[in-house]
Every structure is written in structure tokens, then in C-alpha cells.
Design a binder for this molecule. Sequence first.
Ligand SMILES: CC(C)(COP(=O)(O)OP(=O)(O)OC[C@H]1O[C@@H](n2cnc3c(N)ncnc32)[C@H](O)[C@@H]1OP(=O)(O)O)[C@@H](O)C(=O)NCCC(=O)NCCS
Length: 232
Amino acid sequence: MCAYCRRCFQRATPSWNTGVASARPARLSCGLVSEWRCDLSSFLGSGIYWAADLHVGGGGDLNGTAYIKEPIACTEWERRAFARLVRQGFPGAEGLDARIRAAKWLAFYYAAGDRLGAIAALKAPSARYREDVFKQADAPVSHYDYKLELGWVFVDPAHRGNRIAESLCQQLLARVPTSCVFATTRPKNSSMIKILNALGFARVGKPYPRRNERLVLFLRSCPTALEPGPVA
Ligand SMILES: CC(C)(COP(=O)(O)OP(=O)(O)OC[C@H]1O[C@@H](n2cnc3c(N)ncnc32)[C@H](O)[C@@H]1OP(=O)(O)O)[C@@H](O)C(=O)NCCC(=O)NCCS
């Protein structure tokens, strides 16, 4: 049985309330999902659901499960659990529900015992926000090419130091191999900076103020942006 069904049964949430795919019924019973789980490939590439056991780099298998889902394919319970961890890690996040729904992909790490232990996201922030960040950071490139932001990376303190954040981010980025992605972090957040560097991000521009703190901008360029075509 796949982790999804296992969670589904354990939590007794007997429906998957998404109307996203017209070919699929708006509400699916656990039984249906259970049948589908055997054919994981039907989820892969469907743009709706993807799941994998998370094998972490440093300390071996934590016996947890990572999920990458589009927000629209998440249950209300999942979105609420995700929001709870966002609030824990990033107090004062405004308009959170709408921003979570607007994200491109959400990553969940469920530790053994079925507890949500870590999250991350590929967000799709507004052009106004991106313009503001790139301008304030004095970025040498346009925000126009960087439509996705890697963010809301949060690991429950009990699970830190196991490369979970890196693994989640890696899996998110693997969904968008040709997209330019940006991220921001505090200059003193050495853990996050090491992770970003390992994922191919490079720091650009200068630190800039945001709310009560200073942030720095990191970019992962898309291959096409680095390799302009021949000039005619
Ligand atoms: C930052 C945070 C997400 C890291 O989560 P984590 O799962 O513990 O991170 P990892 O296990 O992947 O990294 C652990 C250590 O290995 C380092 N590391 C990870 N991947 C690495 C790599 N490929 N190469 C070298 N070092 C690496 C990390 O920098 C870190 O080093 P440290 O012990 O010196 O801090 C976590 O501490 C957290 O949730 N913090 C609060 C929220 C936050 O700051 N989020 C980021 C906002 S942008």
C-alpha cells in the first residue's frame, strides 16, 4: 500500500476533494486512490501528485515519506498542516492561505508516526513582489525571468541536521529543471545558505531590508538564460 493510502486510511479522511482533473471524479474514495496507488506512474507526470520515500543524504533513511503536490491536489487537512508549519517558521506571513493555494508545488515530509516534520515550496509570487526584491537587492538580472521562488523551507527542530531540507528542495527543483528560481534568506542563516549553494544557487546583489530583518537574494539560473542563442 502506498504512503498516500496509508495516510488516508489512518486519518480517516475518506475523500480527495479536488475537482482539478475533469477526467477524474471530484471526490475519490480511499478505495479508488488505493487502486491507483499501484500505478504510481499515473501520478507521475500528471501534474497532480507525486510521492517518494525520502532517502536523506547524511544519516541514512529516516523512514519518512516526502510528497510533492500541487496545492489544488492537497486536502484541506494538508493545506492547514502546511500553513501551521509556515506560521511556526515564518511568523507574520500574511494572506497565507491564498499564497499557499497560488504556489506551484508544495513539499511535505512526513516523519515516522505520520507527523508532518518538514515543508518547502516552489512559490509563484506576484510580479510586484519579485520586482521589489530584485530592485532592493540590486540584482544584476531582471525579475522577469525568475517567476518561481524556493521558500517556506522549514524543518521541525526535532528533525534538523538530517538533510531533509536539502532533499525536499532538491525534489522540488527537479520538477522545474529549466526554470530560473530565486530564494531569499537571512545572511546569517548559514544552514540555508549551504543548502542553497549545494543546490546550485548563487548569491547576488546586496543585502536588503525586509520587515525587521535583512535578507540576501540567491538565484538559480535557467540554462537557457546562461546560453543565449547565436546572434543573427
Ligand atoms: C534551515 C533549515 C531549513 C535546515 O534544515 P535541515 O534539514 O536541518 O538542513 P540540512 O540537514 O539539509 O542541513 C544540515 C547541515 O548540513 C549542511 N548541508 C546540507 N547540505 C549540504 C551540502 N550539500 N553540502 C554541504 N553542507 C550541507 C547544512 O548547511 C547544515 O549545516 P550546519 O549544521 O552547519 O547548519 C532548518 O534549520 C530550519 O527549518 N530553520 C528555520 C527556518 C529557516 O530558517 N528556513 C530557511 C528560510 S530561507
